[in-house]
Design a protein around this ligand. Sequence first.
Ligand code: UDP
Length: 485
Amino acid sequence: MGSEANTHILLISYPAQGHINPLLRLAKCLAAKGASVIFITTEKAGKDIRTVNNIIEKSLTSIGDGSLTFEFLDDGLEDDHPLRGNLLGYIEHLKLVGKPFVSQMIKNHADSNKPFSCIINNPFVPWVCDVADEHGIPSALLWIQSTAVFSAYYNYFHKLVRFPSQTEPYIDVQLPFQVLKYNEIPDFLHPFSQFPFLGTLILEQFKNLSKVFCVLVETYEELEHDFIDYISKKTIFVRPIGPLFHNPNIKGAKNIRGDFVKSDDCNIIEWLSTKPKGSVVYISFGSIVYIPQEQVNEIAYGLLDSQVSFLWVLKPPSEELGLKEHNLPDGFLEGISERGKVVNWSPQEEVLAHPSVACFITHCGWNSSMEALSLGVPMLTFPAWGDQVTNAKFLVDVFGVGIRLGYGMIENKLVTRDEVKKCLLEATTGEKAEELKKNAMKWKKKADEAVAIGGSSDRNLDEFMEDIQNRCNIFFEEVKLVHSN
Ligand code: UDP
C-alpha cells in the first residue's frame, strides 16, 4: 500500500480491562498493516500492565511493517484516592487531565514531523474526539460492544422506539429485526438499573458521533449483517473489523498484552492438556462483575453435584470497590481434588482455544462472547448488567450457541445448584449439546473467514487505513495551499 510508514495513529483507552483488550488488539492489527501506533491509557493501569506483561513505556516494538509504543497518562491521583471508587467523578477528572495531555502530545508530534493521521478512542473518553477535532485530526471510535447493542442505544438516543420507563417498566422494545423484552435491553437504559449513570455516559458517545469519521466495531459482517446494514443506513460509517484477537496478522504479537492481573502460576494450560477432549467447563465473570457470595456457593455445589471437570476464575474484587473476597464452601477444594481448578485469572484466549474445553459459563461481556463465538465454544449465559443481558439474549436465541442460566441484576434471582447442574448436563451431553457445538463451529468458521486475508474484516481494516491516508493527503494539500497563498 505504500505510505503507511508515515501513518501515525494514536489510540486512547479508558483504563478498564474490557476496554483495553479490544483497543490494544486493534493497535496491533493497525501496526501489522504498517502504521506507527501509540497506545495510551492511565499510569495507574500502566503500572500493572508493565509489571504483568513485561512492557516498557515508550519503547518501540515492531509488529509486521509497523510498530507499537505504550505511553501512560498520569492522572495525578494517589492510588487510594477516593475518586477512584467514584466512576462518574473519576471519568470527569480524567477528562480534565486528559484533554491538555493529549493536546500537548499532538503538538509535540507535529513539531517533530510525525503528525498523527488519526486518533482512535473507545467508550467513556468521548472528549478525545473533541481534542482531535480542535487540531483538525480525523478521529474514529472503536465500539467495543455488539452492533445490536449500538442500535439499541441509537434508538434510545434518537427516541425512535419506546423504551421502558418508570410508568411502563415492563414493555417490550421493538428494535429493527429483534424485539427485546424489558430485561433484555442494555439494562443501563432501564429505570430499575442500579447504574443509570453508565447509560448516560455511553450516550455521551452518541452526542459526539458526528465528530468521528468512522465507527469501527468489534464484530464481523457475517455475525451481525442486519444491524450493520441498519446502522450504515443511518449515515454512520460503520466498519466491522473483528474478532480482533483472532486476526492472523497479530498471532506473532500475542505476548503484547494489557492484562492487569497475572495469570495464576499453576500451569493452567498444562493441566487442561491432561483432560480429555471436550470435558472441561470454563467459568469466568470477566474483570468487574461481582457475584454475591450465596450465588458463588450455589455454583460451587452445582459443579460438585454434576461431577464435571472445571476451571473457575474467581477474581478477587478490586480494592477500590471495597467488596469482600469470596469464600468457597468448606471442603470444596479438597472435594474436587484434580477434577477442578480455581484461579484468580487465566489466559482466557488460550483456555477457550484449548480442545479440552467443553463450554463456558460466562457473564457475557462482549469480549468474552466474541472470544468464545470465534473459537467455537458453546456458552451458559450468566449476565449481570449493561450489554451483558442483551448479549445473552443473542447468544441463546439468535446465534444458537448458548443456554440461559442466570438472570440479569434487575431480576435479582438466585440460580440454584440444581439449575446449574441441569444446564451443565444439557450443555455437555446429548442432542442439545451437539446442536450448540454445531452452531458454535459455524460461527467460528465465519470468524476465521472474516479475519483471513481478503475476508470482510481484513478488507475493512485495509480500507480504514486507506481512508486515513486519503484524509491526510487532503489535509496536507490544504495546508500547502494556505502557505502558498
Ligand atoms: N480475561 C482474561 N482472563 C480471565 C478473565 C477475563 O484474560 O481470567 C479477559 C477476557 O479474555 C476478555 C476480558 O478479560 O478479553 C474481559 O472483557 P469482557 O468484555 O468479557 O468483560 P468485562 O471484564 O469488561 O466485564
